[in-house]
Design a protein around this ligand. Sequence first.
Ligand code: SAH
Length: 196
Amino acid sequence: TDTGSQKDRVVAEEEWLRKWETGNIWFHKERGHPLLQKYLDVLLNGRSGLRIFFPLCGKAVEMKWLADMGHSVVGVEVSEKALKEFFAEHSLPFCEEPVPEISGAKKLQTTSGNIALYCCSIYDLSSSIVGKFDGVWDRGALVAVNPRDRQRYVSLMITLMEKNSSYLLVTVSYDPNKHKGPPFYVPESEIKSLFG
Ligand code: SAH
């Protein structure tokens, strides 16, 4: 299928912030994603105490699931409102601190530190700031990235992965001429060429 109709579409950061401000968050799944439940074993692969990364995390409830299983969760999200709603909705006390390496960024984390959410653009992160991860839950992330930034996003994700990490990716399939996205249409062939 031709994805050409979406390749120049750009959703600016301000547009995402506005969605959060106005509560236009149709992408949020209050009860979490059934595919994470289904493929949890693939993500964990029998391992415990993992570091799991949630790119473009919103207020995904799956972060709470994994933290409750004893894993350490790191997320990144441009909307501070989303992150504050996450902590409030799960009654998690948190503290805030600046991120010295990234001007204007904040790190919001639970008092025990098992959930750390960066409020900044994902493109500001690097492994020297957040370390590397044993697992990634990518839902509403690659498909929300502007098509022109996909390669940059994937190259960054690869640098954030440990050698034996697993990466669960949820994508959507539809006729890109009928919807402008996001979520953008990212066909399997493109995923293969992006991740190599
Ligand atoms: N993964 C979440 C949210 C998906 S919607 C879920 O499953 O519910 C995409 C999210 O990415 C939005 O909350 C938006 O505010 C955020 N976002 C968009 N561009 C971003 C960027 N460059 N860096 C970090 N977050 C971004």
